[in-house]
Structures are given as structure tokens and as C-alpha cells.
Design a protein around this ligand. Structure first.
Ligand code: PMP
Length: 281
């Protein structure tokens, strides 16, 4: 693979960053994942805007090549022949002698790499996924897309150990989100998902899916729900850049609806793919 590091395109073996990089030492960094379909980028503008917000919330400077991001994404996709998959982008505060205080003059580190994988016809989209619930013990600024992903990793491992696919996190009795996705339930013709706040990541896929749901005459309620309400719902699903809309068919061992992907989730997945394709850059 050809990867990008601070202005250079290099074979991955030659790409290096400092051991003093604050991303490495302190998880002092933010990231984005943009999906690729037909060799084109989905939701590029949404990801770029969220990235700017993450940087500004952390008083982190934009790296020198920030304005070239679309071009950098496109070059990596082309050079690595990615027709389907994603581009991972990370910006850290940069390298500085280890200190908790932010350094005054560090240059941000920016790295990007591609991953080729099946997204549109992922087998899980046909079967749906099974989730467990776990306590949400993450920090209070989940709206900032930082690289502190240890607890989400632990959550995925807990799901795996239980023979399931993923975990939904619960705080004060209510679902916040999935380990790497936003969580939804469906009751009749109503799509229910937690309202935006510092408690969850403001999903780019979430924003589009809710817009498409309204356009398709579905009702949308942005409010919190419990695991019990989810287990009694007609359908459940998750959204993220890398899974689009993915049906959830079981929560903590309880089948949701018929225990198969629901009609609203399937329809929203179709619409999301069709519309994202049209808008891809
Ligand atoms: N919540 C969390 C915790 C996530 O990690 C992600 C994926 N980055 C999402 C939600 C979904 O966000 P998006 O639709 O922008 O990928």
C-alpha cells in the first residue's frame, strides 16, 4: 500500500512518525473514516466538516496540507486501486517532549491510508447483527472523534466473547450508541434514535439517514430509549460510514421483531446507498 504521512506518499513500510508524537503517547489526536464505492468518496464534505469541528474543540491546529485533503484522498484511492472500502485519516497534535500541557509550537501530524473491503454487499447486511449491551464508561466528550478507542475495542471483544457481533452502550439506563456506530429502533413507522449532545458522536451517516427517512415519509423521533424498549421494538439497526445501515436482529439474547432484518432498515439501506452513490466525489 501507498500511504500518506505529512506531505509524502510512501510505501507503508517506509512511513514513520516520532515516538514523541502525542497521538501515540496521549491519544491526543482525531480521525475520520470515509467510505469508498466505485472508487469514489462518500459524504466527503460531512467528514471534513466534522474533522474541522473535532480539531477546533481540542484547540488543535490544522496541518499545513489540510486544504489538499480531497486531492490526497483521491490520489490514495487511485494509487491503491481502491474500488470499495475506505480511507482512514488521522491528525494528532504532533511530536513534542512529553508533557500534559499542549506544546506551543508542535506541527500537527497527518497520516492517511486506504483499506479495500466489501461494504455494499457485506454478508451481515442480509442476516443482520446481534448485539449485547454494556455499560458506557467512556469520557464525556464523545462528540469529538478522538483516537481514544480502547473502551470501544473492549466492547467489541466482550461481544465476541459472548458469540455476538457488537455492543450497544448504556448510560443511566439509556442507550447512547454502538461501539463504532449510532443506534436506532423502529416502532411502526417511527425511527427512534438518541438526540445529538456531547454523549454521542454526531454520525455523518446518521444525519443523512434521518433526512432520507423523513423524505420517505417515515417519522423520526430523536430521543433516548432503554434496552427493554429496544427489545420490544419492531426493528433495530445501526449506522456508520463503514456499515451504512445495518439491521440488528438480537439484543442481549432477545430477538427483535421477527428476528430478521426489518423493512425500514432494509429500505433505508437501499436509499442510503443509492443517494450516497449519486453524491459521491
Ligand atoms: N458513534 C461512534 C462511537 C463511532 O465510532 C462512529 C463511527 N465513526 C459512529 C457513531 C458513526 O459515525 P459515522 O456515521 O460518521 O461513521
Amino acid at each position: 500500500r501507498i500511504v500518506y504521512v505529512n506531505g509524502d506518499y510512501l510505501p507503508e513500510e517506509e512511513a514513520k512518525i516520532s515516538i514523541f508524537d502525542r497521538g501515540f503517547l496521549m491519544a491526543d489526536g482525531v480521525y475520520e473514516v470515509t467510505s469508498v464505492l466505485d472508487g469514489k468518496l462518500l459524504e466527503f464534505e460531512g467528514h471534513l466538516n466534522r474533522l474541522k469541528r473535532s480539531l477546533s474543540e481540542l484547540d488543535m491546529a490544522q496541518p499545513p496540507q489540510f486544504d489538499d485533503l480531497l486531492e490526497i484522498h483521491r490520489k490514495l484511492v487511485a494509487d491503491n486501486d481502491v474500488t470499495e472500502g475506505g480511507v482512514y485519516l488521522q491528525i494528532t497534535r504532533g511530536a513534542a517532549d512529553r508533557d500534559f500541557a499542549y506544546p506551543k509550537d508542535a506541527t500537527p501530524t497527518m497520516v492517511l491510508f486506504t483499506q479495500s473491503k466489501v461494504v455494499e454487499h457485506a454478508p451481515a447486511a442480509q442476516t443482520g447483527i446481534k448485539v449485547i449491551s454494556i455499560e458506557d464508561i467512556r469520557w464525556g466528550r464523545r462528540d469529538i472523534k478522538t483516537v481514544q478507542l480502547l473502551y470501544p475495542s473492549m466492547g467489541k471483544m466482550m461481544a465476541k466473547a459472548a458469540g455476538k457481533d457488537d455492543a450497544w452502550m448504556v448510560e443511566d439506563g439509556e442507550v447512547t450508541e454502538g461501539t463504532s456506530n449510532n443506534a436506532y429502533i423502529v416502532k411502526g413507522n417511527t425511527i427512534i434514535t438518541r438526540a445529538l449532545s456531547n454523549d454521542i458522536l454526531h454520525g455523518i451517516t446518521r444525519a443523512s439517514v434521518l433526512r432520507y427517512a423523513r423524505e420517505a415519509q417515515m417519522r423520526v423521533e430523536e430521543r433516548s430509549f432503554t434496552i427493554e424498549e429496544a427489545q420490544a421494538a419492531d426493528e433495530a439497526f445501526i449506522t456508520s460510514a463503514s456499515t451504512f445501515v445495518m439491521p440488528v436482529v438480537e439484543i442481549d439474547g432477545e430477538a427483535i421483531g421477527e428476528g430478521a432484518p426489518g423493512a425500514h432498515a432494509k429500505r433505508l439501506r437501499e436509499i442510503y446507498i443509492e443517494e450516497s452513490r449519486k453524491r459521491a466525489v
